[in-house]
Design a protein around this ligand. Structure first.
Ligand code: MLT
Length: 334
C-alpha cells in the first residue's frame, strides 16, 4: 500500500503533468474590420492556415469579420489589455495610439505597392513595429496591402478640388486624414468605421475614401455611385497580436506566429496584384462611375503635401523620420 502522503504526492504529480501539458489546442480570435472578399480576410485566412501548419495543429486562428469583435480602433485597446488575441485593421486606425505609424499615412508618401512593401518589410517597418509595442501594447506581425484609397460619393463626379466643395465626406477618426480634406477646402466628418455604411445609406454623409478592395468587400456600391481615382493614401492593413499574449508564448511558438505573419504578408501583395484590376471592373459592372483627377492629380497633391506634412512632423517622430521614409523610397528629402 502507498501511504496517504505518498498517494497525495502521486496525485499532485499527475495533476502537475496534466496542467503543464494541456492537451487542448488553442483557437485564437482574430477581429477583422471589413467584410468577406477583401485584403483583410485574405491576409487572415493565409495567416490562419500558415499558423495551423507551422504549429502542427496546436494553434489555430478563427476570423470574426465585419467588426463583430468591435470597431477597428477599439480592437487595439482590447488586444493591448489581452481581452482580444489578434486584429486586422487599417493602419490609420492604429495611428491614434501609435502616432509614428502616421509617417506611412501622410498623403502622397507611398506612391505604389512596391513603395508599401519596401517601407513595411525593411528597417523602417521594424522600427514602427517596436514603437507600436511601446506605445500601444500590440505587435504588428503582418501587413495587408489594399491599394490606394479612392474617393467615393453618391452625389456627383469629382475631378478637381472645386468639385469637392459642398460634399460631406466621412473620414476615420484620424488627424492626418481630417487635415488632408481641410487642405482641399472642406471639413470632413470623422466617424467610426462600423458606422460608415449606415451613414452613407442614410445620406448623413455623401462620401468616404477606401480602396477598391474595401469598397467592394463592404458593398458600398449599393450606396455610392461615383469614384475618383485618388492615390493620396495607400492603404496598409496590419495584423496585430496582443503583446501580452505574444509574451506568454514559448520562443518556438512566437517564431511560428511571426513566420505565419510573414507568409501572409507576402501572399497579400500577390492577392492585390492579382485581384485589384478585376475588382475595379466589377464595381463598374455594378454601376459605379470612375473619374480621373484632373491634371494628373497635381492640385490635390500640392495642396495636401504643403498643407498637411509640416503639421505632423512632430507627431510622427520628427522631419528626420519622414526623410528616412523618403530615403528608403529613393525620393528627395523634404
Ligand atoms: C477606415 O476607413 O476606417 C478603414 O480604412 C476601414 C478598413 O478598411 O479597415
Amino acid at each position: 500500500y502507498l501511504s496517504k502522503t505518498m498517494r497525495g504526492a502521486a496525485v499532485a504529480a499527475l495533476l502537475a503533468t496534466l496542467t503543464a501539458a494541456p492537451a487542448v489546442a488553442t483557437e485564437f480570435k482574430v477581429a477583422v474590420g471589413d467584410g468577406a472578399g477583401g485584403t483583410q480576410e485574405a491576409l487572415g485566412k493565409t495567416f490562419a492556415a500558415a499558423l495551423a501548419e507551422k504549429s502542427g495543429g496546436k494553434h489555430s486562428a478563427r476570423l470574426f469579420l465585419n467588426g463583430q469583435l468591435g470597431d477597428e480602433q477599439d480592437t487595439v485597446g482590447a488586444a493591448a489589455t489581452g481581452t482580444l488575441d489578434f486584429s486586422i485593421l487599417a493602419i490609420n486606425n492604429i495611428t491614434p495610439f501609435s502616432p509614428e505609424v502616421g509617417s506611412l499615412t501622410l498623403p502622397y508618401v507611398i506612391l505604389s505597392l512596391e513603395d508599401a512593401e519596401k517601407v513595411t518589410q525593411g528597417p523602417i517597418g521594424q522600427r514602427l513595429v517596436d514603437k507600436t509595442i511601446e506605445n500601444a501594447g500590440v505587435r504588428i506581425i503582418g501587413w495587408a496591402y489594399s491599394g490606394f484609397r479612392v474617393l467615393t460619393n453618391s452625389s456627383q463626379p469629382v475631378s478637381t478640388v472645386a468639385d469637392l466643395q459642398g460634399l460631406v465626406i466621412r473620414v476615420p477618426k484620424n488627424e492626418i486624414m481630417i487635415e488632408t480634406y481641410k487642405s482641399w477646402g472642406i471639413s470632413p466628418t470623422p466617424m467610426a468605421w462600423s458606422e460608415t455604411f449606415a451613414a452613407l445609406q442614410q445620406k448623413v454623409v455623401h462620401g468616404q475614401d477606401n480602396p477598391y478592395m474595401t469598397v467592394n468587400a463592404m458593398k458600398f456600391y449599393e450606396v455610392q455611385k461615383y469614384i475618383t481615382d485618388l492615390r493620396h493614401i495607400f492603404s496598409i492593413e496590419p495584423l496585430i497580436v496582443s503583446e501580452q499574449l505574444f509574451q506568454s508564448l514559448s520562443p518556438e511558438e512566437q517564431q511560428q506566429v511571426l513566420d505565419a505573419g510573414h507568409e501572409a504578408t507576402l501572399a497579400s501583395a500577390e492577392f492585390l496584384r492579382n485581384e485589384e484590376a478585376r475588382i475595379r471592373e466589377e464595381l463598374v459592372a455594378r454601376g459605379m462611375e470612375i473619374t480621373e483627377p484632373a491634371d494628373g492629380e497635381k492640385e490635390f497633391m500640392d495642396r495636401a503635401i504643403a498643407g498637411v506634412w509640416p503639421k505632423f512632423y512632430d507627431s510622427v517622430g520628427g522631419k528626420d523620420e519622414v526623410n528616412a521614409v523618403m530615403a528608403e523610397l529613393g525620393r528627395p528629402a523634404v
